[in-house]
Design a protein around this ligand. Sequence first.
Ligand code: HEC
Length: 142
Amino acid sequence: MADAAPPRRLCPTVLPAILTAMLLSGCGEGAGSGSAGESAEAVPGEVVYLRYCYSCHASGAAGAPRTGDAAAWADRRARGWDALMASTLDGLRGMPARGLCRQCSDDDLVLSLGYMLQRSGGLPESAPAGLAERLEPPPARD
Ligand code: HEC
């Protein structure tokens, strides 16, 4: 009945992986510069979303409407894309201007907002033409 290999050895293996993930995610520094390179393979909008918007919109911190909670977004979406984009750029009460991403271009923010709305009941009809296509994942590489 003796267990030959207790799962002790996990620790040294997993810890460096976590540290690497933290380093790669930048812990809040230097994201969304709009440079090609690092975000090239991600779903458009995802990198900025995960680095900035996620910190409040995943948990609902400070009263943020949660990503995925279509009901929480319904009234906001009904106000139309331009109103939501204006709040993203200028802030609104607990929502900080540009979601705290100073390096983000306006287009980075368009994509991150689109990414979030697509997962929260869908893009409003007033979303910019072609945005849904731009949010599609890049084609898989062989
Ligand atoms: C520091 C926390 C925080 C971060 C980071 C954050 N948000 Fe928000 N966001 C909020 C809060 C709080 C609200 C609710 C504001 C209210 O209605 O009082 C909100 C609301 C919004 C709304 C709805 C605005 C409206 O007009 O109804 C949009 C759109 C939005 N956020 C987009 C984003 C995007 C895009 C990002 C990332 C680039 C982001 N947010 C990052 C806290 C945050």
